[in-house]
Design a protein around this ligand. Structure first.
Ligand code: ACO
Length: 212
């Protein structure tokens, strides 16, 4: 059994817990979140502040870590602060996801139920491919990006670091969503979107710089 610690204990982490329960050979051992001041055990799972991870790793160095935190910026900040070896993080893929043998998925990335990742796509580290999203062939999704439920990236789309593609949004072939940008729910991206902006609508247009 591979023991897994989730960092974060709110909404998104519930789905990550289910992902662990539905993956053979994995055991959820702890959920750490800074809303807790000290460690305790509830229903067989250790809860405690994120700093408690050090102690858990000292006791059991083989423990794997994954984020249950939806904020792309917070995941990046914690990776920096924790300074763990990249291989401490585990990739979780729901058994109903369909992943091309030629696709590459980074460490710490989570792939929710009914996701499709087609041929020659690459997904970075600590990304979220949320429920039912479709990543067509030859896409490149950078670290910390979040592709929301039912979003569709057509062939050859690039999504920059930390970008968030909202629920049900679609991106037509070969277009780019720049780093740390947000695409609103239901948008249709038909032009390249630069970095650090929010874009909404059909076709998607910038409503704000600096992202959200
Ligand atoms: C499992 C999960 O839950 S995964 C999480 C998935 N999350 C999402 O898909 C959320 C995506 N987020 C959105 O769509 C948000 O509305 C955002 C980020 C685009 C904008 O949020 P905010 O900054 O709060 O913008 P705000 O609500 O103030 O709206 C600003 C304007 O944009 C419009 N707008 C906001 N979102 C959208 C949208 N998705 N499509 C079209 N117009 C929109 C608003 O109507 C408003 O227009 P107005 O100025 O004419 O009144």
């Amino acid at each position: 059994m591979k023991k897994v610690v989730i960092l974060g204990d709110s909404g998104h982490s519930k789905v990550i817990s289910d992902l662990i329960y539905s993956t053979e050979g994995m055991l959820l051992t702890a959920k750490l979140d800074d809303r807790y001041n000290e460690a305790f055990v509830r229903e067989g799972v250790t809860k405690g502040p994120i700093r408690y991870l050090r102690q858990l790793l000292q006791e059991e160095p083989d423990i794997c870590v994954v984020f249950g935190i939806g904020s792309n910026t917070v995941r990046k900040k914690l990776v920096k602060e924790l300074g763990l070896p990249r291989t401490s993080f585990i990739t979780l893929i729901h058994p109903t996801a369909v992943i091309s043998p030629s696709a590459v998925i980074g460490l710490g990335t989570v792939v929710m139920p009914r996701v499709v990742v087609n041929a020659d796509s690459t997904i970075g580290d600590h990304a979220i491919l949320n429920t039912g999203s479709i990543i067509e062939h030859d896409c490149k999704i950078a670290d910390y990006a979040h592709i929301s439920p039912q979003a569709i990236l057509a062939g050859g789309v690039e999504v920059g670091e930390g970008a968030h593609v909202g629920a049900g949004a679609s991106v037509i072939p070969l277009k780019t969503v720049g780093e740390w940008s947000t695409i609103g729910a239901g948008a249709a991206v038909v032009y390249n979107i630069p970095g650090n902006v929010t874009a909404v609508g059909v076709p998607a247009k910038e409503i704000r710089k600096e992202g959200i």
